[in-house]
Design a binder for this molecule. Structure first.
Ligand code: 5MM
Length: 335
C-alpha cells in the first residue's frame, strides 16, 4: 500500500551526514529537565525549551528528523507559527512519540510494560494529517536479579510489533525503541545478553505481524556496562559488543539503526557512536539523542533568554560532533 513511501522516509531519516533529535520527553521528564536547571515546569516553559532548538538556523544540515511529544506537535513558536510547520519548512521530517509511557508489569516487580495501543489507530490518523511521517515507541528493559524475565521481553516485543503494524497501516514509519537501561552494576556481557534477547524476540514478532522491515527503524541502546559496574568498557569494546548483537539479531533488511544516549555523558555518547559507526554494517547507523544533544545547551540557557545564542552555539557544536561520529570521523580533540 504505502510501502514505497515508507521506504523513502525511512531512508531519509538515516541519510548520510544526519541524525535525529529526540525532542519528545514526556511532560514529567521535560519538567524534570527544566527543574534541574531552575526553570519551572509550565506549558509555556516547555514551549520555550522546544523553541530554543527549533529556531536554530541551519539545524537541518545535521538533522533528518525531530521526534515530538503530543504537546509539542500542537504548540506554536512565540510568533504563532506551529512548530511542525517550522520543521517541515526546514526540510526536517516531523515524528511523534505515540507511546503513553511505561508502567509496572503486573505481577512482575521491577519490570515495565509500555502502554498506548488503545485508540492508537485514530491517533495515528490525526498525526498523519498534522504532517508526522514517523513515530516512536519506547519499551523499557531492566537488568537485575533474575530479570529481564521472558514474560517482560515477550510482552514488550508483542506490543512493539502491534504498534509498528498500526503505524505502517497509517503510512507512518515506526521507530522501535527497546531500551535496555544502563541503571545498575551489571557487566557489559549481561547487557549484551539482554539486548540480544529482546532484539531476537522483537524481530520474530515484527515478521509474524507482517511489518515491512525496509520501512522500519530500530532505536537501540549501545551495549555498555551498567553505570555502577566496577569494570567499564572502552569504545572499541562497546562497538564490538554492539555490532556482535546486531549481526546476530537484526535482519539486514531493516532500514537503519539509530542510537539513544541513555544517560551517557555527551562526550561518551559521541565517542562510543564513533567507534560503532567506524565498523561498517549492512544498516545505515546514526544518532537519535535527547540528552546528549540538548543537556549542555539547557545547562547554559537555564531559562535566561540573554543566553540564547550561547546555548544555541552549544547545541550546534554537539550536533556537529554527533554527525562527525555518525560518519566515524570524530576525534576527542574536536571537543
Ligand atoms: C531513552 O530516551 C530516548 C532517547 O533519549 P536519550 O538520548 O536522552 O537517552 C527518548 O527519545 C525518550 O524515549 C523520550 O524522551 C521519552 O522519554 P520519557 O521517559 O519522557 O517518556
Amino acid at each position: 500500500m504505502h510501502n514505497e513511501e515508507l521506504h523513502k522516509i525511512a531512508k531519509q531519516l538515516v541519510a548520510e551526514n544526519k541524525g535525529i533529535l529526540a525532542a519528545d520527553e514526556s511532560i514529567s521528564s521535560a519538567n524534570k529537565r527544566l527543574s534541574d536547571v531552575g526553570v519551572e515546569g509550565t506549558e509555556d516553559n516547555r514551549r520555550r525549551y522546544r523553541q530554543l532548538f527549533f529556531w536554530i538556523p541551519k539545524i537541518e544540515e545535521g538533522l533528518s528528523g525531530v521526534i515530538l511529544h503530543d504537546e509539542t506537535i500542537r504548540q506554536n513558536d512565540e510568533n504563532g507559527k506551529p512548530f511542525i510547520t517550522i520543521l517541515i519548512e526546514k526540510g526536517i521530517i516531523p515524528g511523534i512519540k505515540v507511546d503513553l509511557g511505561a508502567v509496572n508489569l503486573p505481577l512482575f516487580s521491577d519490570e515495565k510494560i509500555t502502554e498506548g495501543l488503545d485508540g492508537l489507530r485514530g491517533r495515528l490518523k490525526e498525526y498523519y494529517k498534522m504532517g508526522a511521517r514517523f513515530a516512536k515507541w519506547r519499551a523499557v528493559i531492566t537488568i537485575g536479579d533474575g530479570i529481564p524475565s521472558d514474560a517482560c521481553l515477550d510482552a514488550n516485543a508483542y506490543v512493539l510489533a502491534q504498534y509498528s503494524a498500526l503505524c505502517q497501516e497509517a503510512g507512518i514509519v515506526p521507530i522501535v525503541e527497546p531500551e535496555v537501561l544502563m541503571d545498575g552494576d551489571h557487566t557489559i556481557e549481561r547487557c549484551e545478553k539482554a539486548t540480544g534477547a529482546i532484539l531476537k524476540r522483537l524481530f520474530a514478532e515484527l515478521v509474524k505481524y507482517r511489518v515491512d522491515l525496509e520501512g522500519l527503524i530500530l532505536k537501540s541502546n549501545m551495549v555498555i556496562p551498567g553505570k555502577d559496574c566496577a569494570t567499564q568498557a572502552t569504545p572499541e569494546e562497546i562497538a564490538n559488543a554492539t555490532l556482535r548483537v546486531f549481526h546476530n539479531s537484526v535482519p539486514e533488511s531493516v532500514a537503519g539503526i539509530v542510537f539513544l544516549s541513555g544517560g551517557q555523558s555527551p562526550k561518551d555518547a559521541t565517542e562510543n557512536l564513533n567507534a560503532i559507526c567506524k565498523q561498517a554494517g549492512p544498516w545505515p547507523m546514526t544518532f537519535s539523542y535527547a540528552r546528549a544533544l540538548q543537556a549542555p545547551s539547557l545547562e547554559i540557557w537555564r531559562g535566561d533568554d540573554g543566553k540564547l545564542q550561547e546555548a544555541r552555539d552549544m547545541f550546534l557544536k554537539r550536533l556537529h560532533l554527533s554527525v562527525k561520529a555518525r560518519n566515524g570521523e570524530y576525534r576527542s580533540e574536536m571537543e
